[in-house]
Design a protein around this ligand. Sequence first.
Ligand code: ADP
Length: 339
Amino acid sequence: MCSEKRPAPARGPSFGWKKSTIADEPSRAVALPSERSPIISVAGLTRTYGDLTAVDAITFAVGRGSLFAFLGPNGAGKSTTISMVTTLLAPSSGTVTYFADTEVPLVAGRDDPLIRRAIGVVFQDSLLDRELTVEDNLLLRASFYHSPRSRVDEIAETLEMGELLRHPYGHLSGGQRRRSDIARALLNRPKVLFLDEPTTGLDPQSRHLVWETIEHLQRRLGITVFLTTHSMEEVERADEVRMIDHGRLIAHGTPDSLRATYAHHHLRVPARAGLSRQLADAGFECTEKDGVIDAAVSRAADAIAFLERNTSRIDDFEFIHGTMDDVFLALTGEALRED
Ligand code: ADP
């Protein structure tokens, strides 16, 4: 029989018989971007601080042109990894290689200036001057790379910055600042753009604008995007996800494949005499509360089969897909932050 406890996520029931809306996650028939064509190859990367191993012999690749999400709870080792991959921090051991499949691979520690020329980095703390206008900030930064003014104009057009250019950076909204930071990181025509929690602290509208910018860069211009994030919404957009905890890689896949492996769907049906027993006999773990039975379901097909066998007794149901939040919780014991 079902227990009395109702599992998370707790949402009010809203029933509706729409079989077409339930489907199992697609199985992964095609190779992941990192398997097809890696632009960054990391092998055995390790960083210790005294007795603490912040990053513990991790090996992974980032696919050319992909949106790669690096996900993990606080203290997992994300920043330490990204610092090593961007050549800002020397590893204790292991290697980071860019363009390994080309005639001119670049190796961190040996080719740092060349790697820095090939990447753009947007960390949480902006490099831009609050007193200067966005345009003056960009022109100043462009002079560091000996980039012509036309490069600033080109980026402003690509990111549709318009009037934004004339405003002092310090007067902008959070989303406008983040777009300006991204513009700054594009001055050297990077092949890979690193974004550290790009939408943290932004309101929904600003988040949307920043995401339009990121997707434009990835899809239209073919820039590889490497982002660290806590946000479920951002993870869902990624082509490939790597999860890290306690310095070790703990999961890898597409958002779909990770959900299929680690998250349960939920089938909710109105409670009827004997129904919870039937669900339990069919192998579903279920709970019952306030006249609703909630069954944890691994495969949508099993839920459909159960519903079809019991159409005379079930006239309404709700099917809730597993989320990346469930994946994160299952793997790390913590909830993903929704910001
Ligand atoms: P994340 O970015 O996932 O929050 P970090 O890479 O910042 O994680 O940190 C990983 C671990 O390494 C944490 O335990 C953190 O306290 C430790 N750490 C990070 N930087 C240093 C440092 N400079 N000195 C000592 N310990 C550090």
